[in-house]
Design a binder for this molecule. Sequence first.
Ligand SMILES: [Zn+2]
Length: 120
Amino acid sequence: MKVTLRKISKIPLDFEVQSNEITFKGYLEYHAGKLILLKAKLQGSLDIECSLCAEEFKLPVDDEVEFFISDGVYENNDGIELDVVESFNSFVDLEEILDSEIELIKSDYHSCGNCKSSTI
Ligand SMILES: [Zn+2]
């Protein structure tokens, strides 16, 4: 699902995309200047390799995602640190964002139930 950034207004635009067992659901809303706010929830489960025993297990996912998308180069003039992703093709690709969020979760440290119980 691709959304043209210029078409996003102050009225929240709902979206829902899916990847395997993860649902990415939320909205896009015009913020100010070139910034669009993305607020969404990641829910479902992921097949993940345990960082300790390399066994695959299902990791339940229930995450809130919130950041800004800048239509073009983001210039931080007001000194407020914002979480901003720049878009250079004037649209946002929600599947792509979902994929990168999943990669982010996968790159974290995760241990399966067996390893967790044996380390405590
Ligand atoms: Zn393990």
